[in-house]
Design a protein around this ligand. Structure first.
Ligand code: DAH
Length: 341
């Protein structure tokens, strides 16, 4: 065994890898399970007792020198690579570097935030998983309202009821519970509904909620705020139309339409030849909602509104299929650029 070890020591010292594959071959030859070193160790028990000490030491020394040689060679090969890089032609054009673009939903959400921030609204947030009180009860939903049904809402647990929020209106409640008027907030965020996915519906989408509560807040102020928003979002030619509607948490309630920016109000198949498209719900905060949040409805009034971000993005970019926003197809996403963060 002594001679064998000496022969291997010579081989190890003489070894110089030209490539990483060479080096890997060397490693396998000596160190793998069935390699030279484990095999020598396996035969160690056959060495006569009086030679055990000396042979053991030289066997360990061999193993260390193999490991040392591998490390040295690896280092040498990697610095050789660097050397090559240094010599590369710096006058060549740089590698193409893909920078990424913002998602159209983020672009539109940021624009909405920025418009309302300039009008003095603060950004507020709330949890995506809500209890019954914040998503329904405090917002004056009657017990038999269809949104409380398993068919329409993703319940996470029953008794106590927890659900993925079906709208960002829940954030109104969270803010009114913790702050005193004047309150002027918008709450952007994701919402969830148990719906089959189609060109016009999805089980996840984004909303921006708005709330303004103070003394003497009027419907006229709401209308002017929304006109201002629409003109900044869609351009100065944009018009709005308010239609009477119903929401449990507002009284009176309205649906707001914006003039179709595809046909410029003339009528086309997108606006179903009406010249207008619905973009949000709004109204005066119902006194019951104020009461549920410990705000005196005889002293304070407020308006609220809620809009779908995808809906607005669809209008703005003339995209006719909602699914495109969720498929992450780069050919779609790379078409959107924003100067706004
Ligand atoms: N929460 C409503 C929805 O998801 C939207 C909405 C309507 C919000 C009227 C409001 C509002 O704040 O006043 O359909």
């Amino acid at each position: 065994m002594k001679e064998k070890i000496e022969e291997y020591v010579r081989q190890v010292e003489a070894f110089n890898a030209q490539t990483l594959e060479d080096l890997e071959g060397f490693r396998i030859r000596f160190l793998s399970k069935k390699g030279i070193i484990p095999e020598l160790f396996a035969h160690f028990k056959e060495v006569p007792t009086d030679q055990k000490k000396e042979t053991g030491q030289s066997l360990n020394a061999l193993k260390q020198s193999v490991q040392h040689r591998i490390a040295e060679n690896r280092e040498a090969l990697s610095t050789a690579g660097e050397g090559e890089k240094e010599q590369s032609d710096l006058s060549l054009p740089a590698d193409w570097h893909y920078q990424g673009t913002r998602h159209p939903v983020s672009i539109v959400k940021n624009q909405i935030n920025s418009i309302f921030k300039r009008m003095g609204f603060q950004i507020a947030e709330g949890p995506e998983m809500e209890d019954d009180f914040h998503n329904f009860s405090a917002l004056n939903f009657p017990p038999e309202h269809p949104a409380r049904d398993m068919q329409d809402t993703f319940f996470v647990s029953k008794d106590p009821d927890m659900a993925l929020r079906t709208h960002t209106s829940s954030v109104q409640v969270r803010i009114m519970e913790t702050r005193k008027p004047p309150i002027r907030i918008i709450a952007p965020g994701r919402v969830f509904r148990n719906e089959a996915i189609s060109a016009r519906a999805h089980c996840i989408f984004h909303q921006v909620e708005g709330l303004y509560v103070d003394k003497n807040v009027s419907f006229a102020q709401m209308k002017q705020t929304l006109v201002q928003f629409v003109k900044e979002m869609f351009g100065p030619q944009a018009k709005i139309r308010l239609r009477p509607s119903y929401f449990p948490f507002t009284e009176p309630s309205a649906e707001m339409d914006v003039s179709c920016n595809i046909c410029k109000g003339k009528g086309c198949n997108v606006c179903k030849y009406t010249g207008f498209l619905e973009i949000m719900g709004c109204g005066m905060v119902d006194p019951n909602v104020l009461k549920a949040c410990d705000i005196d409805p005889d002293t304070y009034t407020g308006f609220a509104f809620g809009m779908g971000v995808e809906r607005i993005a669809m209008l703005k970019y003339q995209v006719n299929d909602l699914r495109l926003y969720f498929e992450n197809d780069l050919r779609f996403l790379q078409q959107f650029h924003s100067s706004m963060d």
